[in-house]
Design a protein around this ligand. Structure first.
Ligand code: IMP
Length: 416
């Protein structure tokens, strides 16, 4: 496969970091196509944990090149902090990271606007300024990485943006201070900024293998997600083309990552959410706390309706199931197979928040496996109940399963 896409099939936090790291083994270049430093990808290598927010997880494999595509919004300070974090932890990053020159920058005022609008709209954002940076991009007054290479352009844009924003923010932000800071960023970042659309296209022509790393998840996608409780980019497959310059006919494989259950952080509908003690137990067992904000994640049963929808809009060729081990030692395990709303059974995901908030999930119940499976390394070693559970997930989502993860380590992986 010369280009593979890995996408979160739920509300993010599916454990993409580990899976991307595994698939990165076979790739030459790993590309982020959307989102910003709102993401939190956790990778455990020999019991050492790395958490990355912006730089593709492929950076942990030393012979790989990483690209931040222009579908991403980039906070220069966060980028430099992450580079430093990698260096301090012994990762050689030299000559291995590129930023698309068309990437839009997160500016100090975006962070402020993010937290101010949170007070009104209560989306539960990560407060990293991601949404407001995309607003400026779509509003056609965003500042791009390429502008850091042409300071006249940068100054002009900054001046106009501060003028426009002063209508709402007053004179809270100082032009000279931001200019000074971003001049410094420009000096440091210029070696990373390039036309990555050309670089990626030529790399493909030269037989290189690309891996596209999705952040967040399909149900947080600005179009397909539970709007407005979503992130501000296309986390689903379309984002790959618009966010990197790779056309759809150059994508060979699309893989969806899903947990064996469901979680979400932030506000918004979650039909199969578990409240009370049991939800708390899953949170503890699965260590379900946000990698970016530390917030406890809401936990629930696997939602096959949502997953089938996600598979449909992304065209998943296969699924990776993560954290199956977390469901061990449960007498029974439930799967959401439909939604009951106003007396009717719905089999398809809804775009109506009233339905998603007001429905009652219809559950199917399967027997659990009362043993630890974190040491399983081949499908045959799974207890029959785990095999049945996986088969049922595959049938209900109409998608085959390629890989199952049973722990955080690279090695705790079962190929199907
Ligand atoms: P934003 O992306 O910071 O604007 O936040 C919008 C919504 O997406 C909020 O519900 C966040 O909790 C959620 N979100 C953003 N990034 C992630 C992620 O990487 N994992 C899970 N949820 C996320």
């Amino acid at each position: 496969m010369s280009s593979t896409v890995i996408i979160g099939a739920q509300w993010g936090d599916e454990g993409k970091g580990k899976i991307i790291d595994i698939f990165a083994q076979e790739a030459d270049i790993i590309v982020r196509y959307q989102g910003g430093n709102n993401a939190g990808h956790t990778i455990v290598i020999d019991e050492k944990e790395f958490i990355l927010h912006l730089i593709p997880s492929g950076i942990l494999r030393e012979d790989k090149v990483c690209v931040i595509g222009h579908g991403v919004v980039l906070n220069p300070e966060a980028f430099l902090r992450e580079l430093e974090y990698l260096k301090v932890n012994g990762v050689n990053v030299s000559g291995r990271v590129y930023i698309s020159e068309m990437t839009h920058l997160i500016m100090p005022y975006h962070l402020y606007i993010d937290s101010a609008s949170e007070k009104e709209y209560k989306i539960g954002t990560t407060m990293r300024g991601v949404g407001p940076a995309y607003e400026d991009k779509i509003g056609r007054h965003g500042i791009r990485a390429i502008d850091l290479l042409n300071m006249d352009m940068f100054k002009e844009k900054l001046k106009r943006n501060l003028k426009m924003k002063s209508h709402v923010l007053g004179n809270m932000f100082d032009y000279d201070q931001i200019l000074e800071e971003y001049l410094m960023f420009g000096e440091i970042l210029k070696e990373y900024i390039k036309d990555t659309t050309l670089f990626l296209s030529e790399s493909l022509k030269n037989g290189k293998k690309l891996l596209f790393e999705g952040a967040q998840g399909t149900l947080l996608d600005i179009d397909y997600g539970t709007y407005p409780f979503v992130t501000s980019s296309n986390a689903s497959v379309g984002g790959v083309c618009t966010g990197t310059g790779i056309p759809p006919n150059k994508i060979d494989k699309i893989i969806g990552i899903t947990k064996a259950y469901s979680t979400r952080v932030g506000e918004g509908p979650f039909p199969t959410e578990l409240h009370g003690e049991f939800g708390e137990e899953v949170r503890k067992k699965g260590n379900e706390y946000g990698a970016t904000t530390g917030r406890p994640r809401r936990c629930g049963w696997f939602d096959a309706v949502a997953l089938r929808y996600s598979a449909r809009v992304n065209g998943f060729d296969s699924l990776v199931i993560t954290k199956l081990d977390v469901l061990s030692h449960l007498e029974t395990i439930k799967i959401g197979v439909g939604y009951k709303y106003k007396g009717q059974i719905l089999n398809e995901f809804s775009h109506d928040l009233n339905v998603l908030n007001g429905c009652e999930p219809v559950y199917e119940e399967l027997p659990g496996w009362m043993q630890d499976i974190s040491g399983v390394r081949s499908f045959d070693e799974f207890p029959q109940q785990a095999k049945d559970y996986l088969k049922r997930l595959s049938d209900l989502t109409e998608t085959k399963i390629d890989l199952v993860s049973v722990g955080a380590e690279r090695t705790q992986t079962v190929w199907m």
